[in-house]
Ligand binder design. Structure first.
Ligand SMILES: CSCCC(=O)C(=O)COP(=O)(O)O
Ligand SMILES: [Mg+2]
Length: 228
């Protein structure tokens, strides 16, 4: 078995519960999105992502109200749109800074990340959430500020999580051969893409899920069970 030099982890369903993202973060952004857009529409980055959302939907000359409705629908559909994720991240920032919530991580995650770092492994995040929202997530985390542990962050600006090419780009950006990289995720299609790019993979199946008899990827119920 080749030596693992760096670990790339997904967030939702892997370091953290799906419920925190779906039941806390998404409703928070949904409730505030219309007012956020109206209040911040003069900010160039807000204008940029509103324009990108309209473009992604093929809407020409869409009104602001139409774009807001589109974004609300995408939140309900859990669409992994880069534009939506960027705007959601800006709204979540206000919630983190106001102390409205802190990000969930499973109980063993922080200690295991510290242990891997202590062993000299480099740690990265790859999530559909925007890079700024990933940084906020791990800064305002139930387990304290975990951002000093991470060497870098990747989002869908690198590419979709179910495409081999995205993992090839990540390996190149990290500067390691893919066989020295381990990708952690709860989604088999993401693991398939990482494996096709040459990564080692670890499939997280958090309780109440259980490990199937013949898993297609090395499967674990928590980070402490992962063998490098
Ligand atoms: C960075 S926290 C918000 C995560 C998010 O918006 C999301 O869609 C989660 O996707 P993941 O790729 O982490 O499963
Ligand atoms: Mg996930």
């Amino acid at each position: 078995m080749t030596v693992i030099r760096a670990i790339v982890t997904d967030i939702e369903g892997t370091t953290s519960s799906i419920s925190f993202v779906k039941d806390v973060l998404f409703p928070y952004a949904r409730k505030r999105l219309p007012a956020f857009v109206e209040t911040h529409v003069d900010r160039p980055e807000v204008q940029h992502w509103l324009h990108e959302a309209a473009k992604e939907a093929g809407l020409v000359e869409a009104s602001r109200q139409e774009i807001i409705e589109l974004l609300l629908r995408w939140i309900d559909e859990d669409r992994k749109s880069t534009a939506l994720k960027a705007l959601q991240g800006m709204i979540w920032k206000e919630g983190y800074e106001a102390g409205d919530y802190r990000a969930h991580v499973y109980p063993e995650v922080a200690a295991r990340l510290h242990a891997w770092r202590g062993e000299g492994l480099h740690l990265y995040v790859y999530s559909s959430g925007s890079v700024p929202s990933q940084k906020l997530f791990f800064q305002y985390c139930e387990a304290g500020d975990l951002t000093p542990l991470f060497a870098g962050y990747f989002d869908t600006e690198t590419g979709p999580k179910r495409e081999q090419a995205s993992y090839e780009k990540i390996a190149e950006a990290i500067g390691e051969l893919p066989q020295h990289l381990l990708f952690l995720s709860d989604i088999p299609e993401e693991l398939d893409a990482a494996k096709a790019a040459g990564f080692r993979t670890a499939w997280l199946l958090r309780p109440p899920l259980s490990i199937p008899a013949e898993p297609h990827h090395p499967a674990y119920t928590d980070f402490d069970a992962i063998t490098l």
